[in-house]
Design a protein around this ligand. Sequence first.
Ligand SMILES: Nc1ncnc2c1ncn2[C@@H]1O[C@H](COP(=O)(O)OP(=O)(O)O)[C@@H](O)[C@H]1O
Ligand SMILES: [Mg+2]
Length: 364
Amino acid sequence: MYLAKLHVADFRNVARVDLEFGQGINLIVGANGAGKTALLEAIFLLARGRSFRSSQTKQLIRRGQSQLLVRGDVVGVGANHALARSKSSQGENRTRIDGEHVALQSRFAELLPLQTLLPGVGDLVLDGPGIRREFVDWGLFHVEQRYLETARRFRKALSQRGAWLKDNPSATLQDDPWSKTLVTSGSEISAWRLRFIADLDEHFQNTLEHLASGLGAELRYADAGFDGDELAAALQMQASFDRDRRYAATHVGPHRADMDIRVGGISAKTSVSRGQAKLLASALLLGCSSLLCGRDGVQPIMLLDDFGAELDEVHRNRFFAQLQRFGCQVIATTTEPPSQLLGGTMADNARVFHVEQGELKRTS
Ligand SMILES: Nc1ncnc2c1ncn2[C@@H]1O[C@H](COP(=O)(O)OP(=O)(O)O)[C@@H](O)[C@H]1O
Ligand SMILES: [Mg+2]
């Protein structure tokens, strides 16, 4: 699975660029402010419908223009697909797959599975649980077809229960119309996550051993009361009812869960250095790619922004060597010459694009 062609128009400082990526490592090289991250951001927008650095679409449209456009040709396992997305300053969104209008956002994420390694990659280890839940659920979405529908049902019931508790301060446990849905869908989500994290743990430990042997770590699902067993979850909901009513919020369930990363038996969040956090996060991304490539034939495409600044040379080389082993496409930005980021032989095989002020200079 790889992104073969990319067309970007009126996106940030990019007026119009056409790129033909290779299946292996692609490097976008240029000075600060050239538009390197903007190109990754355009790919991300195509897949996910949003930017990774701005919540306002208007900021993405090139100043003075009224609409941005991103198109990509994805070479898939059995079929190829043409994805296109445009956004106007008036708030109009157009989404097309193979020339047909497709409203379902998840179809884009499915056909263009992106993993990102952006500046601050260590946050995946050091930040609050939300970022790790999102990471786990992204992987789960690619291996479990039913995940999306169940997650939607759970979220809806969660917000309806919150509103109901607020409106009914003297509600009783017996009246609760939402807990059953929360228990069934929440237990299903927890059971999937539990299995996914156990699988991921194996791949994670393997890649971590290659990346930084000696930094032993393991993953565990901190389930927030829902371990996949419905009866146990129902009891947790019962026990939490008074507290839930007092705060008009649901305190147990997968929306409060975390993926615990443990080093030497202690939570990494509170014990590792920034440098170690970067290594652990890199191993998590690699481990997830390894899992998906091995089992489901979903080869994630790796977007690496300013990766040179994240890991030192030795670890960087090991990182790229593993990605090559999995056969993942890599699209990376760098301000340094390719041989400094990748080392000699790997740089010789990379496809290099030079960007200057939003324009493509030459390709080698
Ligand atoms: N909406 C916009 N219209 C025109 N230029 C923009 C817009 N948004 C950002 N820019 C400019 O685009 C350039 C691209 O930045 P960026 O992609 O971060 O560069 P790089 O990653 O190469 O350092 C910056 O110089 C920024 O000022
Ligand atoms: Mg940048």
